[in-house]
Design a protein around this ligand. Structure first.
Ligand code: UDX
Length: 473
């Protein structure tokens, strides 16, 4: 047995990827494993504020370190596309500095990297240690990525004009382990790739590289996606494709976000009736158009439902359709009515745990979905990008723990303010809403079992800890 094994953890440089790896690291540290957590300098400074920080967690120690990503700060300042591109460039540029850092560290037992950092496999191989990959999204999304060539061959993805008549209504049933899904709900990031696109080839390479990882950890739980887990195990030819989620550490004592959390909103929630508040958040990277912001604002105003809105400064796509002035007027009006509160960044897990919460209007980012599920809070799905469309479909149609907003195709797939009001009312005031709330509570109980001692995710994590400690990865 290795006395105090040391693991080097490296996330893809985005909040939605940093959180689960960080949470996994806290859990490994609590089990007596030392972690060196390597962020890009920019994220390192936002997360822990200085060059090297050590944080102690019962028996293990987490040391935070920063490396260069070679990308200018302003590249991250724009909307969704600019920020995503900057993160993608940064994620490749990190490879060399990461390897240089690795050679300077002593006693490293293994590398745990985000599954998107395909280069981590070659680096770990050269360094002579096993690589564990963390897939921060769900099993179904890993399967869709794995079967990209098949989906392109069948014409469901990689088409030049996905909005062409009938295309989006194709029912996709060919991905083993994934429930039938309409092409319109397939991940947006894949929909526009063409077969010859270098991004597409890159994606296939990264997912294929998972075959060489010693373990693939997935931020999901077996009870939710058991058929998918079996299917992915067959494809990768390994039993070490395991679910360890939800990776949800409620009180780490350390910081989890690149933004500082506005705790004052918890006091405001204390003053609200149980189950009455709608929490609104679009995660860390999505942006929405002015016309859509206007629909939410108007629909929300019409329902008078109390709300807490986590609104990042760059949430709104800069356009002329929704002016700063109309937003300020809305803020003034809701303040006057005492209807809601807006903060830049909320302590989301604590908010979702609060007894005042009744629903979560969410972009359906996977962490947000898991957090709501764990807390038994129903989701009103407003997917924006990536696999969020697919997550939203599963929430509303397969799991029935939420509702989705219907878009008006005649208006370029926009959601109207009437639709916003209709869906909010359905959740808070109608019988169907009560059923959904009941199911959400049932899912919460399943999550709690999965992460408790003896539960599926807990067992898989224990197996991983033993494999690391006994050098048997
Ligand atoms: C992205 C993708 O959207 C997601 O679909 C993919 O699976 C991972 O990367 P992001 O858009 O940031 O992530 O959404 P999400 O996965 O929900 O992660 C956001 C995280 O930020 C959550 O853990 C959430 O709790 C946290 N958050 C968000 C806050 O703590 N406060 C906020 O105000 C908003």
């Amino acid at each position: 047995m290795v006395e105090r094994p040391r693991v080097v953890a490296v996330p893809f440089p985005m909040q939605g990827h940093i959180s689960p790896l960080l949470q996994l690291s806290y859990q490994l540290a609590a089990a007596g494993i030392d972690i060196t957590f390597v962020n890009t300098f920019r994220n390192h400074e936002r997360l822990v504020g200085s060059r090297e920080v050590v944080s102690k967690h019962s028996s293990g120690v987490i040391t935070f370190m920063g490396i260069s990503d070679g990308v200018a700060a302003k590249a991250f300042d724009g909307g969704f596309n600019e920020s995503l591109n900057a993160s993608l460039v940064a994620s490749d540029e990190m490879a060399k500095p990461f390897e240089e850092l690795l050679w300077k560290l002593d006693g490293v037992s293994c590398v745990i990297s985000d599954a998107y950092l395909g280069w981590a496999q070659a680096v770990a191989n050269r360094f002579g240690v096993p690589r564990v990959a963390l897939w921060t999204s769900n099993v179904a999304y890993s399967l869709v990525n794995y079967h990209l060539p098949l989906l392109v061959e069948k014409g469901y993805l990689g088409v030049k004009d996905p909005s062409s008549v009938g295309f989006l209504d194709n029912l996709v049933t060919c991905v083993p382990g994934v429930e039938p899904i309409y092409a319109r709900d397939l991940p947006t990031v894949l929909r526009y790739d063409s077969g010859e696109d270098p991004g597409f080839a890159n994606r296939i390479r990264k997912i294929q590289a998972l075959k060489h990882a010693s373990w693939v950890l997935v931020n999901s739980f077996e009870e939710l996606e058991s058929a998918g887990v079996e299917s992915m195990r067959r494809e990768l030819g390994t039993q070490n494709y395991v679910t360890v989620g939800p990776l949800l550490v409620e009180d780490t004592g350390g910081r989890k976000s690149l933004w500082s959390e506005d705790e004052a909103c918890l006091k405001w929630l204390d003053s609200q009736k149980p189950g009455s508040v709608l929490y609104i958040s679009f995660g860390s990277i999505a942006s929405i158009a002015g016309a859509q912001m206007r629909s939410i604002v108007k629909g929300l105003g019409d329902t008078r439902q109390p709300f807490l809105w986590a609104m990042r400064k760059n949430l709104l796509v800069p356009d002329s359709d929704y002016s700063e002035r109309s937003f300020q007027e809305f803020m003034g009006a809701t303040k006057a009515q005492g209807q809601g509160l807006i903060v830049e960044w909320a302590p989301q897990v604590k908010v979702l745990q609060h007894r005042a919460l009744g629903g979560h209007l969410s972009h359906c980012g996977w962490n947000s979905v898991l957090e709501s599920m764990a807390m038994g809070v129903p989701i009103l799905g407003w997917p924006c990008v990536a696999e969020q469309t697919m997550n939203c479909k599963r929430i509303a149609e397969d799991w029935k723990i939420g509702l989705r907003f219907t878009t008006d195709d005649a208006k370029q797939q926009l959601v109207s303010d009437e639709e916003v009001a209709r869906v909010i009312k359905k959740l808070f005031c109608e019988g169907e809403g009560r059923e959904i709330k009941k199911r959400a509570r049932e899912f919460s109980a399943i999550v709690k079992t999965a992460v408790s001692p003896g539960g599926s995710s807990h067992r898989n994590l224990e197996r991983l800890v033993q494999a690391i400690k006994f050098g048997r990865l």
